[in-house]
Write a protein that binds this ligand. Structure first.
Ligand SMILES: Cc1cc2nc3c(=O)[nH]c(=O)nc-3n(C[C@H](O)[C@H](O)[C@H](O)COP(=O)(O)OP(=O)(O)OC[C@H]3O[C@@H](n4cnc5c(N)ncnc54)[C@H](O)[C@@H]3O)c2cc1C
Length: 389
């Protein structure tokens, strides 16, 4: 069953093309990679070859020149089609940072090769083991030394490093004690991974419940050219917020895709499965949780499109991106639970894919930002309540 959605019909062509691509990768394909903990390279290659991962690159650099709205539809369709956009979403939100804050020289150097698929920009390194969400306390430093920056420190949970050529790195360039505002004194850099790995940057994989390719990262006097600084030194936190808002909105769209996937599978099963001589969906104890989950996915979807609209119009979208992420992650999790419950014991069988999607969508209560931290943002920045930390 394909459920109706409140999405704009403007993207019907885009959705049809993506659905055709996704249909070429059967559920067994995604299941096998999830079971083996391997990267779905053929799927990501197909998305790259057809230009989907270059959607946001301007046409002048060889991309499609589309906005975050369209990028979010691409991510949604991957998840709705049974895949996991977590394997490639980095390319979309990292792009936003480079496009908005990179120099003309940086764009000319990287964007055409990213658009053609020669280079991949899949990784962003923000999180650190000892500071967690308290990002302004990061301890990774970048010290200017002539025409280079020297990087020291540690990151954790840095995803897709083995399937990326470039990484955006957030590091402190001025010690916290020397800045007026704690969000000042941090900078972002482009790291070319082939020149960094084993030459001051080492990585260790972290096995995890969602088969996400992610690593611990150690920097020991890694040298990167000063020209790889993005924007102005010390202003990196402001720049990275654009990337984080894009990331939250895209992941909201992935949750929406998951939500529809769960509800489409649950509705099919509730119509087909007969127990006590009637389809289980005839019992309101089964149908009401599904109906409620659908209402919540639809409502979250509207906020996701509002966040996209504001981002694309270069309006402030912090509140909407955060709210879209919270609503969508909650709605997909509710849909996941309702879908699992509807399938009874079969929901736990790997061949139904529900337990896999259930685990995958659970991640978004925590990453890329946890639910509590979103509530804290809304309390402080929207409701004007005292800062709690
Ligand atoms: C699979 C995976 C992939 C990831 N990929 C990347 C990546 O590519 N790049 C990257 O930079 N990061 C990545 N992350 C990191 C992710 O963004 C963080 O895990 C997330 O932001 C939460 O940070 P933390 O784990 O340090 O939790 P902490 O900050 O330690 O928080 C732990 C818990 O305490 C709660 N908490 C903390 N402080 C407060 C407070 N003041 N009020 C209320 N509650 C609070 C939080 O909500 C959370 O539930 C990834 C994580 C995972 C699991």
């Amino acid at each position: 069953m394909t459920l109706p959605t409140s999405a704009s019909p403007n993207h019907d062509d885009l959705r049809s093309a993506l659905r055709a691509l996704c249909a070429g990768f059967a559920p067994e394909y995604h299941r096998k990679h999830a079971q083996d903990g391997t990267y779905p390279s053929e799927f990501i290659d197909a998305l790259t070859r057809d230009g989907w991962l270059a959607a946001m690159i301007p046409e002048s650099y060889g991309g499609a020149g589309l906005g975050l709205t369209e990028a979010s539809v691409i991510m949604e369709e991957i998840n709705r089609g049974g895949g996991n956009a977590g394997h490639c979403h980095g390319q979309m939100y990292n792009m936003g940072t480079l496009l908005r804050h990179g120099s003309d020289a940086q764009k000319a150097r990287y964007l055409p090769d990213i658009a053609s698929g020669k280079l991949r920009l899949q990784s962003m390194a923000v999180t650190e083991p000892t500071t967690g969400t308290d990002t302004t306390k990061i301890k990774t430093t970048a010290r200017r030394d002539g025409d280079r920056y020297v990087i020291n420190g540690q990151k954790v949970w840095i995803s897709r490093l083995e399937h990326s050529d470039l990484m955006i790195l957030l590091a402190r360039t001025t010690p916290l004690a020397e800045v007026k505002k704690k969000s000042h004194g941090m900078s972002i850099f482009i790291v070319e991974l082939s020149k960094a790995l084993g030459q001051g940057m080492d990585i260790l994989p972290i096995r995890n419940m969602v088969g996400h390719e992610t690593h611990e990262v150690f920097f020991d006097n890694l040298e990167i050219p000063a020209e790889n600084l993005i924007g102005e030194e010390g202003m990196g936190f402001r720049y990275i917020l654009d990337g984080l808002n894009a990331e939250r909105t895209l992941i909201a769209a992935e949750c929406i895709g998951d939500g529809y996937w769960f509800l489409e599978h649950a509705a099919d099963y509730a119509n087909e499965r007969v127990v006590f001589d009637r389809p289980i969906g005839q019992n309101q104890g089964v149908s009401f949780p599904l109906a409620r989950a659908y209402v919540n996915v639809e409502a979250a979807n509207l906020m996701r499109f509002e966040a996209c609209r504001r981002f694309d119009a270069q309006e402030d979208c912090g509140a909407q991106a955060n709210m879209a992420k919270l609503l969508s992650a909650d709605a997909s999790w509710e849909a996941a639970n309702a879908c699992l419950q509807t399938h009874g014991g079969f929901g736990f069988a790997e061949e139904y894919d529900i337990e896999r999607k259930f685990r995958e969508t659970r991640l978004y209560q925590v990453a890329p930002i946890s639910t509590n931290l979103i509530l804290s943002y809304v309390a402080e920045h929207v409701l004007g309540l005292p800062r709690s930390f």
